[in-house]
Design a protein around this ligand. Structure first.
Ligand code: JFZ
Length: 465
C-alpha cells in the first residue's frame, strides 16, 4: 500500500515537473549557459590514488582510465579504493578558484567509468560514504559552496560504461602500452571475447539490470539530493539502448531547467549542446547548434603525478577567445589529487587566466560569434548593448604596420579603446564602411590584447572580409 502511494505521488510530481520543463523553452534553459561561455570541468575519483602508476609501472593514456588500461581486477581496484581519504578537500576553496578564474559553472564527475560514486548512494555501495575511510559525501558540500558563491553546478555521469558495477559496459582498450607482461596477449584475447571486460565479475549482471539497479536510481539521487542542478553531462553511450536512454532522460523532469549534452545516446538523443573534446572546431564544422569544447590543462583528465605537460595561460586564454569568437563554450578541466587538492600548476594557470578575465572578461561573457569569421591577426566577438553593439577585437599578432582594417561595417563608430588600460584608440571610417584602427606602438598585453569598438545600431550576423 505504502509503495503504491509513493508511486502515485512520484508520478504526480514527475508529471508536474515534466509540465514545468515543457514550459521552459530551450532558449530559456540555455540563456545562462550562453552568457557564461567559460566553466570548470573536474575529474576526481579513486584513480587519483595510483595517479597513473600501477604495480610500479607507469600506465599510458588518461589517468581516470587506469583500471581499464592496466586491466586491474575488480577486487584489487576496490581494495585500493578503500584508502581514498581526501583530508585536504576544501570545496569552497575550489569554487573560489573557479570563480576567481572567471568561470561561471562547474561540472564534476559524480561517477566516472570506474563506477566509483563521489556521493552517498543506495544503488551501489561502491561509493565514497560506504566504501572508503573518508566516509562522507563529496558532492553535498560542493553544491553548498556553489550556491553560496553563485556558481552553477553540473554533474558528469558515466551512464553506460561501468567497470565495477556488474552489467556496466567496457570500451575495449588493449594492454599493449607499457605492459611488459606476456599475459597481455591472453588478456586482450579475453577482452575481445567479453565485449571489453577483463574480469568475470564485471559480467555477473546484464546491462538492463545495471541500468535499472544502478544508473537510473543514481541519476535520480543526483537530480534529487543536491538542490538545483544546472547541467547533467552524460558520457560514453557505449552499449546504450534507446530504451535505457528513455528511462534516464525521463528523470530530467526532476530538474526542469537542466541542460544536457549529446552523449546520452546518438543520434536519437541530441541533448542541448555538442561536446567537441580536446579540440576547437573549425568554422566549417559548425552548424549553428550550441557547443562546448572540453579540454585538459595537461594530458590527462584524472590526476597523474608525472604528467607535467601543462598548456600555458597564453594558449588557454587564446583558446577561450577562439571558442567564444565561434560561438562556443569552454569547459577547462582540473584533475585534483587523492588528498583533495588542485595541482599547483593548475592553480597557477587559473590565477593567470583570472587576472586576464578581470580586465578582458567582457569580451567573452554573453558574446556572440564574429560576423567576419576569423581574422588573420586574431579574433572578434560581439555583444548587443542598449546603445548599439560592442565589437571586441583580440590580437593574436600585432600588425607590423600598426593598423587593423575591418571591412564592411555600415554602423557608425562611437568609441574605441584598449581594455588593458582603457586608453582611447584612433579609428577612421572610409565611405565603403571599412574601419581602420590605428594601434599603439607596443602590444600592452603579451597574453592577449583586446580592443573594444562601440558602434551605433546592430551589426549583421555575417559580413564578408
Ligand atoms: C570521455 C571519457 O572516456 C574520458 O575519460 C573523459 O571523461 C572525457 C571528457 O570523456 O572521453 C571520450 C569520450 C568520447 C570520445 C573520446 C573520448 N569520442 O567520442 O571520441
Amino acid at each position: 500500500m505504502k509503495r503504491t502511494i509513493i508511486a502515485i505521488l512520484l508520478t504526480v510530481f514527475l508529471g508536474q515537473s515534466l509540465l514545468a520543463q515543457e514550459m521552459l523553452t530551450k532558449d530559456e534553459r540555455m540563456a545562462w549557459w550562453r552568457e557564461a561561455r567559460f566553466g570548470m570541468f573536474i575529474h576526481w575519483g579513486v584513480y587519483a590514488i595510483p595517479a597513473g602508476t600501477w604495480n610500479g609501472r607507469q600506465i599510458g593514456n588518461i589517468g581516470e582510465w587506469i583500471m581499464n588500461r592496466a586491466k586491474i581486477p575488480m577486487m584489487d581496484y576496490q581494495n585500493m579504493a578503500k584508502e581514498f581519504n581526501p583530508v585536504k578537500y576544501d570545496p569552497e576553496a575550489w569554487v573560489k578558484m573557479a570563480k576567481d578564474a572567471g568561470m561561471k559553472y562547474i561540472v564534476i564527475t559524480s561517477k566516472h567509468h570506474d563506477g566509483f560514486a563521489l556521493f552517498d548512494s543506495e544503488a551501489s555501495k561502491f561509493n565514497v560514504v560506504d566504501h572508503t575511510v573518508y566516509g562522507k559525501d563529496l558532492l553535498k558540500p560542493l553544491a553548498e559552496a556553489c550556491k553560496k558563491h553563485g556558481i552553477k553546478l553540473g554533474f558528469y555521469y558515466s551512464q553506460a560504461q561501468d567497470w565495477n558495477n556488474p552489467g556496466g559496459t567496457a570500451i575495449r582498450r588493449l594492454t599493449k602500452e607499457g605492459w611488459p607482461n606476456p599475459d597481455s596477449v591472453i588478456i586482450d584475447a579475453y577482452t575481445k571475447e567479453h565485449k571489453g571486460h577483463w574480469d568475470w565479475r564485471q559480467e555477473t549482471k546484464t546491462f538492463e539490470q545495471y541500468i535499472d539497479d544502478v544508473a537510473v536510481p543514481q541519476v535520480r539521487e543526483l537530480l534529487t539530493n543536491y538542490g538545483d542542478l544546472a547541467v547533467l553531462w552524460w558520457d560514453t553511450p557505449s552499449g546504450m539502448t534507446d530504451e535505457a536512454a528513455e528511462k534516464l532522460q525521463a528523470l530530467l523532469a526532476l530538474q526542469p531547467a537542466i541542460i544536457t549534452n549529446d552523449r546520452l545516446k546518438r543520434p536519437n538523443f541530441p541533448g542541448d549542446h555538442k561536446t567537441p573534446e580536446q579540440r576547437i572546431p573549425n568554422l566549417a564544422d559548425l552548424d549553428g547548434s550550441d557547443w562546448e569544447t572540453c579540454m585538459t590543462m595537461n594530458g590527462t583528465w584524472g590526476y597523474k603525478s608525472y604528467d607535467k605537460n601543462y598548456k600555458t595561460p597564453r594558449t588557454l586564454i587564446r583558446n577561450l577567445v577562439d571558442i567564444a569568437s565561434k560561438g562556443g563554450n569552454f569547459l577547462l578541466n582540473v584533475g585534483p589529487t587523492a588528498e583533495g587538492e588542485f595541482p599547483a600548476e593548475s592553480i597557477e594557470i587559473l590565477e593567470a587566466m583570472g587576472k586576464w578575465m578581470k580586465i578582458n572578461g567582457e569580451s567573452v561573457y554573453g558574446t556572440k560569434a564574429s560576423p567576419w569569421g576569423l581574422f588573420p591577426w586574431g579574433r572578434c566577438t560581439r555583444k548587443e548593448t542598449k546603445n548599439g553593439t560592442s565589437l571586441y577585437f583580440s590580437l593574436y599578432e600585432w600588425p607590423a604596420d600598426g593598423k587593423l582594417v575591418i571591412p564592411g561595417l555600415s554602423a557608425r563608430v562611437v568609441s574605441a579603446r584598449l581594455l588593458a588600460d582603457g586608453s582611447k584608440i584612433k579609428t577612421t571610417t572610409a565611405k565603403n564602411g571599412t574601419i581602420t584602427i590605428t594601434l599603439p606602438q607596443n602590444d600592452p598585453d603579451p597574453l592577449l590584447t583586446v580592443i573594444r569598438v562601440d558602434v551605433r545600431g546592430k551589426v549583421a550576423d555575417k559580413i564578408a572580409q
